[in-house]
Design a protein. Structure first.
Length: 296
């Protein structure tokens, strides 16, 4: 019997299929069930070709095979997760929520993995792709300044990397990202912007963080951001600082770029890759520390 953490992936779109490839490469995780609604979907076909156990029965398949699952990645939509969570609770399964549903505790691995584990929560929310890109920088700035007046995160992604679920969740994306920015920056106000760029060839994901701070200490902020970059690079190798914290027109401006690993998604889809890398990092930490939350 395998001693890996047994994972189910609910949702067979781009995020779910890329998660599958990452799980299969992991030394700590295995995918025991890949669940969608359509056997003919690209994700289902890919999973089948890899010999993975698949089902088109949605969450019902997880209910039927619950004894083979320790953890579920919910890669559907915010509205669907609202319906799924009571089922996961009844089954006493830990879920890593890839949607901006905001039911669970916000998690950014570089910042609060230990708090997540100590809380014993069964619902871990990965916020949004823009949140995973911007919140570490916001947190690093807040470590130097507790008087941030305003913070903004503007993310630009390739239109091709935004699938149906992403487009359906745009309102939830904005609200969830802003709430998480406020939580970790301590700012009085926050704003999140997402731009879907139709350029061809597709652009790489870029996120710019703007912070309005009285008398910012740029050297201290840069040192804090550099330290945060080292933490993020441990689980998102494509995360790059392309504009270090710079004072312009009374605001501290920082820009990061995210390149994907190219596992299932193209490298330009760094927006999807960063949230998947973060989710895998959390799941591997659960497995490596022997936290069998689903059996408590």
């Amino acid at each position: 019997m395998s001693d890996k953490l047994r994972c189910a992936i609910l949702g067979t779109g781009n995020i779910g299929t890329d998660l599958l490839i990452k799980v299969m490469r992991s030394s700590w995780l295995e995918c025991t069930l890949f669940v969608g609604r359509n056997f003919r979907s690209d994700g289902m076909q890919k999973a089948s070709s890899l010999g993975v156990n698949i089902s088109d029965q949605g969450i019902d398949a997880i209910v039927k095979q619950a004894d083979q699952i320790d953890l579920v990645f919910d890669a559907t939509s915010a509205a669907a997760h609202m319906e799924h969570w009571p089922v996961f609770q009844r089954l006493e399964k830990t879920v890593i929520d890839m949607t901006p549903a905001k039911l669970g505790l916000f998690c950014v691995p570089a910042i609060n993995s230990r708090e997540i584990f100590d809380s014993g929560t069964r619902n871990i929310n990965m916020i949004t792709c823009g949140g995973q890109a911007s919140i570490p920088i916001a947190s690093a700035i807040a470590a130097v300044h507790t008087d941030i007046e305003y913070i903004e995160a503007a993310s630009s992604i390739a239109s091709r990397s935004a699938g149906p679920a992403t487009r359906a969740n745009l309102d939830e994306y904005i609200e969830t990202t802003e709430d998480a920015l406020l939580q970790w920056s301590g700012a009085k106000k926050a704003k999140a912007i997402l731009i879907l760029n139709p350029a061809s060839p597709p652009i790489d994901m870029q996120t710019t963080i703007y912070a309005k701070i009285p008398n910012p200490d740029i050297l201290a902020i840069r040192a804090s951001v550099d330290e945060m970059m080292q933490r993020i690079s441990m689980y998102v190798p494509g995360y790059q600082l392309i504009v270090p914290p710079t004072l312009e027109f009374g605001r501290v401006i920082t820009t990061v770029k995210v390149l994907g690993n190219g596992d299932y998604l193209p490298k330009y889809a760094g927006n999807l890759d960063i949230i998947n890398c973060a989710a895998i990092g959390v799941a591997e930490a659960v497995a490596s520390k022997g936290m069998e939350l689903s059996h408590e």
